[in-house]
Design a binder for this molecule. Structure first.
Ligand code: 5RP
Length: 228
């Protein structure tokens, strides 16, 4: 699993805090990343103690982790709805998020948006007054250059995400590529989100506008929960 800023103790506190919201009978969206992983492990321990839940994974990583934790899994197309999703973020400002550091934002957005409630888990390094983190854009491989041009026309600087243990680019769970698009401070996240969504060949972007219902920020001293 990739490692991001913030201590593991802070991530664990956030993940375990959000897992406390999981109740018997729920369908739960299982987010991706090192912070959401703590929530998945905590839910696994609850399942071990008799909790009856079904998890909807958002990535290869979260599926594998949930299988290890013995959480019963279902696909999004097999359930009537998702009661609760727990997911990490690369940056948050109020209920707005930038996600996709693990290149899983397309499936994460589908599951998180389908959930009645999205609980975001993060350490304090993810908080921002205004979003300015590069926005990951998942693109069809053939559309890499045209999407890059469209991102530049919106004022962004797109960089093809390179793999770390493989020559060449990151390939997503869906077989696509990722452009990390820097826009500097994002004053109107909803407008940028709409503009990125309108680009042909852009499968999904990592701006999650107004999606968070709660943010659990962990630290060595405890957890601060903000509700929206
Ligand atoms: C994956 C994500 C992750 O939730 C995000 O990158 C945060 O990860 P971490 O908790 O490891 O910092 O969006 O696509």
């Amino acid at each position: 699993m990739k490692s991001t800023g913030g201590s593991d103790a802070a991530k664990r506190a956030a993940g375990e805090s959000a897992a406390e919201a999981v109740e018997d009978g729920m369908v739960v969206g299982l987010g991706t990343g090192s912070t959401a992983a703590h929530a998945i492990r905590a839910i696994g321990r609850m399942v071990d103690s008799g909790l009856d839940v079904r998890g909807v994974p958002t990535s290869f990583q979260s599926r594998e982790l949930a299988k290890e934790a013995a959480i019963p899994l279902v696909g999004l197309d097999e359930v009537d709805g998702v009661d609760l999703a727990i997911d990490g973020a690369d940056q948050f400002s109020g209920p707005h998020l930038v996600k996709g550091g693990g290149a899983a934002h397309a499936r994460e957005k589908i599951v998180d948006a389908a959930a009645d409630r999205l609980l975001v888990v993060a350490d304090p390094s993810k908080a921002a007054k205004r979003l300015d983190h590069p926005v990951p854009v998942e693109v069809l491989p053939d559309a890499r250059t045209t999407v890059s041009a469209d991102v530049r026309a919106l004022g962004g600087d797109p960089q093809l995400r390179a793999a770390e243990c493989k020559d060449g680019p990151v390939v997503t769970d869906n077989g696509n590529l990722v452009l990390d698009a820097s826009f500097g401070p994002i004053s109107e996240p909803a407008n940028l989100a709409d503009d990125l969504s309108a680009i042909p060949g852009a499968v999904e972007h990592g701006l999650f506008v107004g999606l968070a219902d709660e943010i659990h920020v962990g630290s060595e001293d405890g957890v601060e929960v903000t509700e929206f």
